[in-house]
Every structure is written in structure tokens, then in C-alpha cells.
Design a protein around this ligand. Structure first.
Ligand code: ADP
Length: 290
């Protein structure tokens, strides 16, 4: 099964071009959609999830035309939106049962088995009687995944799921997504480069509504091998370096700007070659655009 996005465009009423001719082919496995805030990620996620319409273009999941057959798509879709509300005074187990009823799983025995299995899968079984209001951010996200898996989806969309999670919870959440992506298409939208580096076999970078790069993260990194150089400079020199070099990053390190540049030839001038990284790939694209 493949998710095909073909020439999708969306302009909001205020004139913002949130998507401009976006085309992607997304196979089974984990696909990362990476981009800064405002890039158009949520617009794309919501459009795939049939929650809003594009102005132009087509989306196909296998042979389902997503725009003309929303009902069929929803039956095989799991969606974890960027923000979702939970009833704070209900236990995880009860709310999952409730969602299962809403999703049409009418047989009580089948429901019990499914809810139990999903609580186990998301590592929430021991907390199943606890009220959701007392859950940590990571537990809430895992509950969100449990509810998204109730209908055994063929496509799971997760929008910025690791924002605000501590490192341990993030790892746990990554492992869960990886396991799920063994069998279905998982589209992960994020502005966190490490999420994509650690998880995704295919990715796209989106900026200002346009896909600026797509492919396998390791291959994309190989494309920059030997071209990334680094140097620590004084703050007052930054402007001049930005004028003279293709600076992709100026993150401060121990109080001083440590700039990274891309150069096809060794720049000299005290720069040292460093290993390429997905962060370098990302910033090389994002800075080009801005
Ligand atoms: P991301 O998820 O990458 O942060 P969004 O898809 O939320 O990006 O937003 C893309 C652009 O569209 C932004 O400039 C945002 O302000 C704008 N936008 C999003 N939703 C709406 C809306 N309902 N009406 C008008 N503009 C919107």
C-alpha cells in the first residue's frame, strides 16, 4: 500500500499559501515530514486526514481517492492530532472502551480484548484505572496512539507528537511508533530533526508550503559528506561570516557562535571539516529558502 500525494495546493482565505504543489509518495514504514513552524505540516496532515479540503491536487491511499471517498479513508485511518482534549476524570480503560464503542466495535468481549491489548502495547496497562487528568505528557500521547489504533488503521498520522516529552518518554514513544510502522504507513510530522533521524526511512523537508527536499535520510546526509565545516568565532564576526560563507547554523557553544558552513572546497580560514548530519541537511534547505 502506498500513500500518493499529487500536486496538492491550499491557500487560506487570508492569502497564506500553506501548500504549493506538494507531491509525495509514501510507502509502508515511517515517513518523516520535517519543517519549521508555519511550514504547512498540519495543513497537509489535516488534509490527508479528511478534516479539510485542498484547493487543487489529489491524494490516494492505495485505490482510495481520499477527497472523493472520505468515508472509506476514515475507516482505515488513525490520527493523533497536534492537540487533543481528554476527559480528565475518566480512567484510560473506560475512555478507550468508550472510543471503541464509537468506532463501532459492538461486541463486548471483542472490545475488552482489543482495549486490553492496546493498553499493553502502549505500556499503559498498569495505569489503566488511573484518571487521564493525572497522566504525564508522554502517557497522554501513548493514550492518543492507543485510541488511534482502535480501528486497526492502514495509515497512522501523528502530528508533532514528541513536543514537550522528556527524553525517556520520547524514546518510549519512538519505539512504539517504530513497532507500529513495521506493518502500516506512519506519517510523522515534526520540527524536531532528531525524531526523523532516529525513526524514518523516508522523509521530506517542507518549508513555506513547498517540498524542498525528499528521500532517504542517510542518502540525503551522504550528499553533504565532506562539505560541512565548522568554526567557533567571536559574536562580532558573525555578520561578516554570514556575508562571505554559506552559513547554515550559528548555534552558540559555551557562549560563542559556533558556525557551520557548506562549501564544495576546503575554505581554510581556520574551518575544520566535520561529519555531515541530518541537522546540516535540514538547515541547508531551510536557510536557502529564508
Ligand atoms: P505547521 O503545522 O508546519 O506549523 P500550518 O499548516 O499550521 O504549519 O500552517 C501553515 C501556514 O498556514 C501558516 O502560515 C499558518 O499561519 C497558516 N494557517 C494555518 N491554518 C490557517 C487557517 N485556518 N487560516 C489561515 N491561515 C492558516
Amino acid at each position: 500500500m502506498k500513500l500518493v500525494i499529487d500536486n496538492l495546493s491550499k491557500t487560506y482565505a487570508n492569502g497564506v499559501k500553506a501548500l504549493q504543489n506538494v507531491s509525495l509518495e509514501i510507502p509502508t514504514g515511517m515517513f518523516g515530514l520535517l519543517g519549521p513552524n508555519g511550514a504547512g505540516k498540519s495543513t497537509l496532515m489535516r488534509t490527508i486526514a479528511t478534516l479539510q479540503d485542498a484547493d487543487e491536487g489529489k491524494i490516494l491511499l492505495g485505490d482510495i481517492n481520499v477527497q472523493t471517498n472520505k468515508h472509506s479513508l476514515r475507516k482505515v485511518l488513525g490520527y493523533l492530532p497536534q492537540q487533543f482534549g481528554l476527559y480528565p476524570k475518566i480512567s484510560a480503560e473506560m475512555l478507550l472502551h468508550h472510543f471503541a464503542v464509537l468506532k463501532g466495535i459492538a461486541h463486548a468481549g471483542e472490545r475488552k480484548e482489543l482495549v486490553g491489548a492496546l493498553l499493553q502495547k502502549t505500556n499503559l496497562y498498569d495505569a489503566r484505572k488511573r484518571h487521564l487528568g493525572g497522566f504525564s505528557g508522554g502517557m497522554k500521547q501513548r493514550f492518543g496512539i492507543a485510541q488511534a489504533l482502535l480501528n486497526s488503521p492502514k495509515l497512522l498520522i501523528v502530528d508533532e507528537p514528541t513536543a514537550g516529552l522528556d527524553p525517556k518518554e520520547r524514546n518510549r514513544f519512538h519505539n512504539l511508533l517504530s513497532e507500529i510502522a513495521e506493518n502500516i504507513i506512519v506519517v510523522l510530522s515534526t520540527h524536531i530533526v532528531d525524531d526523523v533521524r532516529e525513526l524514518c526511512t523516508q522523509m521530506a523537508i517542507i518549508n513555506q508550503g513547498q517540498v524542498v527536499l525528499k528521500g532517504n535520510p542517510l542518502k540525503l546526509m551522504e550528499g553533504l559528506q565532506g562539505k560541512v565545516y565548522q568554526k567557533t568565532i567571536n559574536p562580532s564576526e558573525l555578520k561578516s561570516y554570514i556575508t562571505h560563507y554559506n552559513v547554515i547554523n550559528d548555534k552558540r557553544f559555551l557562549g560563542k557562535p559556533r558556525i557551520q558552513i557548506i562549501s564544495d572546497v576546503p575554505p581554510g580560514d581556520g574551518f575544520l571539516a566535520i561529519d555531515t548530519s541530518l541537522e546540516a541537511v535540514y538547515f541547508s534547505q531551510i536557510n536557502h529558502q529564508n
